[in-house]
Structure formats: structure tokens, C-alpha cells
Design a protein around this ligand. Structure first.
Ligand code: GAP
Length: 459
């Protein structure tokens, strides 16, 4: 099993790169920042959008059994009673009674003790100042707000803590319009909010985040088989997009870890610099959600076979991933440093389909017709893929900037271009430079973009 010692990457290096190159910034930075909230800059937006698009491609575009949904963030408060979130969505919190008065998640403290070989049931002390800790109290994780002009009990609504419930409450609509029968799925990407006690590790655990969730409705007897299927399908999605397989694992939950709705859950975990951590959970939710919403809403939420008249409440297999965590994992896995001809370079070896910019077009000189021809080439390429016209600084400096944002190809316009309409095409990873006619460039880059790809870190 790989360990973090084999990697040059650290969380500090990723945070610094994200700020330096405009991927991710601290939110409200000029006011001193708001704890654990982040803003995505230009390249971060492009990267996260590519991650979500790859998820849509795998979940909807390349299948015929899954359809899309974009439900509202605010939902009827009864939804959260039915789902169990109002009652059960709490974390056990302990407070330091000593000097620092900090609050901690009790379960996280016990996990940390166990990870270091200690007894997780022994009495805990404050990790910060060694003080005594209070008895655990349950802390509610949903953000509350009010709807309408009068703030009273009846106006309370919640920011959704998961996108999944939007899918369950639309089940009946989809039965009527989508002409689907189990097995079929409904997929959704969107923001969720949790008032986490211990947000941590940059964008890994924040209070506002994006989820990519799919609820797959199946005949009850087929649920175990589809649970197996989705574990493999989701694991493969990450490796096909370049994550090193030895940095990825499926970890089945122990019985005492399962959520109130789940009879089985496996996490897809990535080996981050801080250790193995969850990217996605695949859960067998049984008929819990549809049965609860039927009970609370009074609507029948079941599948009726029009040919046989058979009716049943489908069971649900749910792959639930985080777009921010996944984006972070792709960056961490891609981060590399090397020395080329005596010079250090940092390079993000992202899968070309994930790279924010696919090709940078650069005039060698800022004269002799190079900028004009480069601009024409750039305008031709940008109709096919995300391209950038880069004129700032020496050519070496421009390559270094493009390497750091993970641009897989660089095109240089030079003297020869003006004579014979060919350009130099540079590969980010192999550093090979080939000469290619401008007329063939767009097709060649499109071919490379869709070719099977493996991270050079495995070579
Ligand atoms: N509907 C099931 C559900 O929400 P979850 O394991 O609580 O399950 C699914 O969340 C995924 O959402 C997680 O695997 C993680 O990637 C992401 N996620 C959850 N809480 C998060 C947080 N506070 N910050 C960032 N991502 C989070």
C-alpha cells in the first residue's frame, strides 16, 4: 500500500498553488476571511466544472437509464422530518473545560486516539491544552433561516444538508413523465450546507459544498447486486480519470458506522497527505426514503407495472460524491515536481479532459507577425476547446505557468510558422516538441483529448 512518504505533495503546497494560480481563494479575504469558506477563481471554476461534467457524462450522457434533476435548495420543512434529519442529523460535541474552551467532535477525538494505537473508550483530554472535557452534547448540523417577512416558528426553513431528498420528493413526477421502470436513476448536482463543527483540510470539509448524487431505484430483490455494481462503477470512474489505483480504496462501513437509513455503505477513499479520507459514499438505502415520504406526505410513492398490475416500493442504491473533495483529490494526485535541465518545475499532471485549459497558444516573439498569427490560431482553437492566448514574459516563464495550471499542450508560433504555417506542439508531461501544420492542429488536439490516458506518475 502506498504511503504519503512517496509523494512530494503536501496540503500546504496545494493551498499555495491554488492561491498563486487563481484556483481557490479564502472567502471574504479582505475582511480577514470567513472560516472554512472558499471562493473558486477562474481555473478552479474551470476544473470543478470539468469534474462535474465528467460525472454527468458517466451518469447520464453515456447511459439510457438515468435522468437529471435540479431541485431547489429550500424545501418544505416536513421533508427534513420525514428524512430523519431534524431528529437525527446531529454530532456529539464536547467542550474543553480547561484553558482553551475549544469545542471538539467527540467521535473524531476517539478516532484519533484509536489511529495512534490507544484505547478509544478511555477518558479523553483536550488535544489543544490537555484540559478536562465536558459530557458530549448533540449539536444540530442543519442551517436554519426564515422565509417571508415575519420571523416566527412557522417561517423556519433549512438549507438542504444533502441533495438526495430533492430526488425522493420528485419520484412521483418522474414516474409520470420519464417513462422509466426500475432499475433507473435520477442524478443531481448542487450545493448542500452543513454547520460542521470541525471543518478542516482546505476544501475537504467545509460548511457549504457541492454534491454529485444519484439515487438508483431497483426492484427490492435486486438491491444487493446493484450495490456491488455501483461500488465498482464509481471506483472505476476515478481511475479512468487518472487517479492512481494504489491511492484509492473501497472501505465498507462497520455496522456501528451506518447512517440511520442505510443497511450497507462503502466509502471510496483517497490517500490524501492527511491520510485515507472519504470522497464518496455508496449506500444501500433500502425503501427507507420513499416509505418515509409516503407516510409524511400521504402520497403513494411506488412503482406500478401497467402490464401485470404488480406494485412495490423500489429500493435505492445511492452513490453520493462531493464535487469539491473530488476536485481536491484530482489536484493532489496530479501535483508533481521535477528538475528539467537544471530548473525546478511544478506540474499538475491532470487528465487532459479535467485540465482547466487544454492548449496555450504563445508567440515566441512580440514582433515579426508572431502575435497576430498566434491570435488567429488561438481564435481557431477556442471554438473546439478551452484555449488561452499567452504573451506575458519569457517563453520559459509562460511554460512554467501553464505547467502549474495543468495545461496539457502548448503551441508556439515562431519564425518558421510565418514561412510554412507549422507550429511547435509541446506535451506537458513528456516535454516532447513536434512540428505540426496549423491546418491539422485542431483535429490532432481533439484526438489527443479523447484518447485513453494514464497518469505518467504510474510509469
Ligand atoms: N445523501 C447521502 C450523503 O449526503 P454523505 O456521505 O454525508 O452522504 C456525500 O455525503 C459526500 O458529500 C461525501 O462523500 C463528501 O464527498 C461530500 N461531503 C459531505 N460533507 C461535506 C463537507 N462538509 N464538505 C465537503 N464535502 C462534503
Amino acid at each position: 500500500m502506498a504511503t504519503e512518504a512517496h509523494d512530494v505533495v503536501t496540503m500546504e503546497k496545494i493551498v499555495a498553488l491554488c492561491k498563486r494560480r487563481g484556483f481557490i481563494f479564502q472567502s471574504s479575504e479582505i475582511y480577514g476571511g470567513l472560516a472554512s469558506t472558499y471562493d473558486y477563481g477562474h481555473y478552479g471554476v474551470l476544473l470543478k466544472t470539468n469534474v462535474k461534467n465528467e460525472w454527468w457524462r458517466a451518469m447520464v450522457q453515456e447511459r439510457d437509464d438515468i435522468v437529471a434533476l435540479d431541485a431547489a435548495i429550500l424545501m418544505h420543512p416536513r421533508v427534513w422530518e420525514a428524512s430523519g434529519h431534524l431528529e437525527g442529523f446531529t454530532d456529539p460535541l464536547v467542550q474543553c473545560l480547561g484553558k482553551c474552551k475549544r469545542r471538539w467532535r467527540e467521535d473524531h477525538l476517539r478516532e484519533a486516539v484509536e489511529a495512534e494505537g490507544g484505547d478509544p473508550n478511555a477518558e479523553l483530554r483536550c488535544p489543544e491544552c490537555g484540559g478536562e472535557l465536558s459530557e458530549p452534547r448533540n449539536f444540530h448540523l442543519m442551517f436554519e433561516t426564515n422565509m417571508g417577512p415575519v420571523k416566527d416558528e412557522g417561517s423556519t426553513v433549512y438549507l438542504r444538508p444533502e441533495t438526495a431528498q430533492g430526488i425522493f420528493v420528485n419520484f412521483k413526477n418522474y414516474m409520470q413523465f420519464a417513462r422509466k421502470k426500475p432499475p433507473f436513476g435520477i442524478a443531481q448536482v448542487g450545493k448542500s450546507f452543513r454547520n460542521e463543527i470541525t471543518p478542516a483540510n482546505f476544501i475537504f470539509r467545509t460548511r457549504e459544498f457541492e454534491q454529485m448524487e444519484m439515487e438508483y431505484f431497483v426492484p427490492p430483490d435486486d438491491a444487493p447486486q446493484w450495490y456491488e455494481y455501483w461500488q465498482k462503477a464509481r471506483f472505476d470512474w476515478y481511475t479512468e480519470l487518472g487517479i492512481r489505483p494504489d491511492h484509492l480504496q473501497l472501505r465498507p462501513h462497520d455496522a456501528d458506522e451506518l447512517s440511520h437509513y442505510s443497511s450497507a455503505t462503502s466509502d471510496v477513499e483517497y490517500l490524501f497527505p492527511m491520510g485515507w479520507s472519504e470522497l464518496e459514499g455508496i449506500a444501500n438505502r433500502g425503501d427507507f426514503d420513499l416509505t418515509q415520504h409516503a407516510k409524511f406526505s400521504g402520497e403513494k410513492l411506488e412503482y406500478v407495472d401497467s402490464a401485470t398490475g404488480d406494485r412495490y416500493v423500489p429500493h435505492v442504491i445511492e452513490p453520493a460524491a462531493g464535487a469539491d473533495r473530488t476536485t481536491l483529490a484530482f489536484m493532489v494526485d496530479a501535483y508533481d515536481e521535477e528538475t528539467v535541465e537544471g530548473r525546478e518545475r511544478v506540474v499538475l499532471r491532470l487528465h487532459p479532459r479535467l485540465a482547466p485549459v487544454k492548449v496555450a497558444v504563445m508567440p515566441l516573439l512580440n514582433k515579426d507577425g508572431h502575435p497576430e498569427r498566434a491570435r488567429q490560431v488561438y481564435e481557431m482553437l477556442r471554438t473546439r476547446m478551452n484555449a488561452e492566448y499567452d504573451t506575458g514574459g519569457s517563453i520559459g516563464k509562460r511554460y512554467r505557468r501553464q505547467d502549474e495550471i495543468g495545461t496539457p499542450w502548448g503551441v508556439t508560433i515562431d519564425h518558421q510558422t510565418i514561412e510554412d504555417d507549422t507550429v511547435t506542439l509541446r506535451d506537458r508531461d513528456s516535454l516532447d516538441q513536434t512540428r505540426i501544420a496549423i491546418g491539422e492542429l485542431a483535429d490532432e488536439l481533439t484526438r489527443r483529448l479523447h484518447a485513453p490516458w494514464q497518469t505518467p506518475k504510474l510509469a
